[in-house]
Each structure stands twice: as structure tokens, then as C-alpha cells.
Design a binder for this molecule. Structure first.
Ligand code: HAM
Length: 428
């Protein structure tokens, strides 16, 4: 027998038993960002490779080794999006959404990175991203962070810690980069292979190293904070004051540098210690230079993205119960007339009780097997219509999750009974 084909490594099916939790999460995120006045934008999954090379940066891990890039049939180099910010900026520029106006936007969907899969790190994963354009002050940075805090609150999540830093302007960062390289070169013997490789290409990322042997060296390195220009410093102080005033707690982390090159000034990550190595559930920051870098007029911008797989992992780790999409009612059908009447009756009930989740038994089966299916479906109640009930315009109502006795009632009464039990409004 031929070997069955399996999914691509690191790309997961989201199975029926899991989708209700995903929908719950997506709905919570959507409703929070809508309350802040953000509008959804949908971009293609594929973009020209050049967009990501230029936005994310040539010497980042993503561009150097993680992109799914291929030539299409015309010979154009295309890439499955590894993140949403670059596509969002491209779309806004292309459609003139950034001229003399502010934009508050969000998007959701799969992203693709050829990373080494492990718990919380996948090759196809899902983000909800939020981007705001045209606002230069720290108020919008604060709004981004308030919004993330509100999302955690809405989901009942506690224990995520906000880490905050400012990368300053490009010039400030260049000056810091020189100082850091000088320092690291004087300690070149203590650098691991990865850091030595990054010394030329992307020395700030060395600060991110998790290697325990490097921690003392990095702790003594010059701090980016000392190199901040006045404007960035004032921006950062004002942001911290807004967070303090709103009671949002944060940790200053001068070694937080992010893995994408487009950031300037504010950067932040929400991290948790409950997910093992992949503990960042949300990350973002300001990227005031990106629009201009991609050929537009300068537009200040700030945003973040939440990783949905990690968020779900955190909800599960916290024992937070997520909804399952189980039917309220399972309709058991018997006999020719009963089956015919039952299918029509199911439609009448669905019309009378919007929001009712009713699963009708299709494909026949004995009473016993139908009740087994009813039980397995998770439904709270069974309704039974056989030939007798069809003729008498009755239905048997049987609670499945309590010892209460079954009763036979008129079909026209059942919408009222179910409406009361399930707290659903009856449409008359
Ligand atoms: P990022 O830090 O690359 O930023 O990704 C944001 C979040 O996506 C991470 O914190 C994590 O939760 C999730 N994530 C990233 N890679 C994976 C993976 N391989 N598997 C599972 N989850 C993952 C960005 O993507 C920026 N575009 C965020 C942003 C928006 N900055 C400004 N605006």
C-alpha cells in the first residue's frame, strides 16, 4: 500500500474539536480592536520577495534563512508572508491610504517561517496584527499597549509581563552599534560562534543571546539607553508616564532589540514563563522609517502582532476553559413519517430560535444508535419524533445531562420550552 501523505512539517491542521477555541480567541481579539476604532484590512498571503527583504532587513534571521521563497511561472520571486507589517504598509501605500490621514488597521491570518518546529514555534502560524499610521506621539504607542492589556483581561489571562525598550532613532542606534561592537571586540574570546557571526552583520541581536555563558559579558555591555537621542528619550519617558497613569505594569529591558530591522523608538514584548522557550505571545513597536524606506513620504507608524498558537497554549496552561461548539439539541428520528416531519420540524425550530444549535439525525439507525450519537454529540437535550408523534403533532423532550424524566409535549410548545432552558429569544 502506498504511504499516506502527511501535512508539511510545522504546519498544523486545526481539527474540529479545536476550532471553537480558535473562534473564541479570534472573536475576543476582534471585538477588542473594534472597540478602539480599528478597521480590518486583508492582504494576500504572497508578496514579491523584495518587499520582505527591504522591510524586515537583509541580515535578519527571517530573511536570511526562514522565508518560503520561490519563482512563480513568470520567473518572479515571490514569498509566503512571514509577517503582516510589510504587506500592510505595501497595501496602504499602493492604495493611497497614508496621504494626510491617520489609519488604524488590523489583520488576521497565517504567516510562514521556515523555523525549527517545536512547542509554540511552527512553520505556519497565525497572528492578529494591529498597525496605526500617521501618529507620531507616545499616545498611540500607549493605546497599542492598553489594547493588548485589555485583550488579556478579556480572555482572563494573567501572568504575562510587558517588556519595554526604546531603540531610538537610526542615528542613535548607529552610534550605539559602534560602541557595542568596540566593546564586544575587546572581549572577542568570550563570544560564541553565533555572536561572532553576528558581530559584522547584526551586532544588536547579540544582546538577545540566550547562551548562559554570554550573560555576564552582555550584562556589562554598554546600554542602548545611554545612547538615546533627546527626542526618543522624551518620547519614551512620556510613554512610560502614560502607562504608569493607567496602571499598566512593565519591565524596562534595555536588551530588548527585536528580530526585525524596521523598528525605531518604542519596542515591546509580552512574555510569559508558562510556555517554555517560546514565551513571547505578542510583540511590536514603532517603525517610523519604514514607509519612507519603501519609497513613500515619511509616515510615523506603530503596531504589534499576537501569536494565536501561543495565546491558546497560554490559555490552556492557565486552565482557562474554552468553549466547545456542541449542539444544544440532538433530534432523533424514527419511521418514515417521523423522519419526514422531523426534518421540516428542525427547520421550523431553527427559524423560531435563532442561535439554537440543533443537530438532526441523518442516515437512519436504531433508537439505541441514535441515542449513542446524541450522547457523543454533547447535546444537552434530545428531541424524538417517530411516526406517532408526527401524526399527533407531538415531540418527546428528553434531557440528556440530568436525571430529569422525559416528557411528551406538543410540537408548537417546544420552541418556548427550549428558549427558556437555553435562554434564547423565540421569534414568533
Ligand atoms: P514577531 O515578533 O516576528 O513580530 O512576531 C509576533 C508574534 O508572532 C510573536 O511574538 C509570536 O507570538 C508569534 N510568532 C512569531 N513566529 C512564530 C512561530 N514560528 N510560531 C508561532 N508563533 C510565532 C512581527 O511579526 C511584527 N510584524 C509585529 C509588528 C506589527 N510590529 C509592528 N507591527
Amino acid at each position: 500500500m502506498a504511504k499516506t501523505i502527511q501535512a508539511v512539517r510545522g504546519m498544523n491542521d486545526i481539527l474540529p474539536a479545536e476550532t471553537a477555541a480558535w473562534q473564541h480567541l479570534e472573536e475576543a481579539l476582534r471585538s477588542v480592536v473594534h472597540t478602539y476604532g480599528y478597521h480590518e484590512i486583508r492582504m494576500p498571503l504572497l508578496e514579491k520577495t523584495e518587499l520582505f527583504r527591504r522591510s524586515i532587513g537583509e541580515v535578519t534571521d527571517i530573511v536570511e534563512k526562514e522565508m518560503y521563497t520561490f519563482d512563480d511561472r513568470n520567473g518572479d520571486s515571490l514569498t509566503l508572508r512571514p509577517e503582516g507589517t510589510a504587506s500592510c504598509v505595501r497595501a496602504c501605500m499602493e492604495h493611497g491610504l497614508l496621504h494626510n490621514q491617520v489609519q488604524r488597521l488590523w489583520y488576521a491570518g497565517p504567516m510562514f517561517r521556515h523555523e525549527r518546529p517545536q512547542k509554540g514555534r511552527y512553520r505556519q502560524f497565525h497572528q492578529v496584527g494591529v498597525e496605526a499610521f500617521g501618529m507620531a506621539g507616545p499616545d498611540i504607542d500607549a493605546e497599542m499597549i492598553f489594547m493588548t492589556a485589555r485583550i488579556w483581561e478579556r480572555l482572563g489571562l494573567t501572568g504575562a509581563v510587558l517588556q519595554l525598550n526604546s531603540l531610538g532613532t537610526l542615528q542613535a542606534r548607529a552610534a550605539y552599534r559602534d560602541a557595542l561592537v568596540d566593546y564586544l571586540l575587546t572581549h572577542a574570546d568570550a563570544l560564541d560562534a553565533d555572536s561572532r557571526r553576528r558581530l559584522d552583520s547584526n551586532p544588536l541581536r547579540i544582546l538577545d543571546s540566550k547562551n548562559p555563558d554570554m550573560q555576564a559579558l552582555l550584562a556589562a555591555a554598554p546600554s542602548l539607553t545611554e545612547y538615546l537621542d533627546t527626542e526618543s528619550r522624551e518620547h519614551f519617558v512620556a510613554l512610560c508616564a502614560l502607562l504608569d497613569a493607567a496602571g499598566v505594569r512593565y519591565e524596562l529591558n534595555p536588551r530588548l532589540v527585536r528580530g526585525l530591522d524596521y523598528y525605531s523608538k518604542t519596542v515591546f514584548e509580552w512574555v510569559t514563563d508558562q510556555l517554555g522557550a517560546q514565551g513571547t505571545i505578542c510583540a511590536g513597536g514603532r517603525y517610523d522609517g519604514l514607509v519612507e524606506y519603501l519609497g513613500g513620504r515619511p509616515v510615523p507608524a506603530v503596531g504589534f502582532a499576537v501569536g494565536l498558537e501561543r495565546l491558546l497554549g497560554l490559555l490552556a496552561a492557565g486552565g482557562i476553559e474554552l468553549p466547545e461548539n456542541v449542539p444544544h439539541v440532538y433530534l432523533v428520528l424514527d419511521g418514515e413519517q417521523g423522519s419526514r416531519r422531523g426534518m421540516v420540524f428542525a427547520e421550523e425550530l431553527r427559524a423560531a430560535l435563532p442561535g439554537l444549535r440543533l443537530q438532526a439525525n441523518c442516515g437512519g439507525g436504531s433508537f439505541k444508535s441514535q441515542f449513542k450519537r446524541a450522547d457523543r454529540s454533547g447535546a444537552s437535550f434530545a428531541l424524538v419524533i417517530g411516526d406517532d408523534e408526527a401524526v399527533q403533532q407531538q415531540v418527546v423532550f428528553k434531557p440528556l445531562r440530568s436525571a430529569a424524566a422525559q416528557e411528551t409535549v406538543l410540537q408548537q410548545e417546544i420552541a418556548g420550552i427550549l428558549g427558556e432552558r437555553l435562554r434564547l429569544a423565540v421569534v414568533t
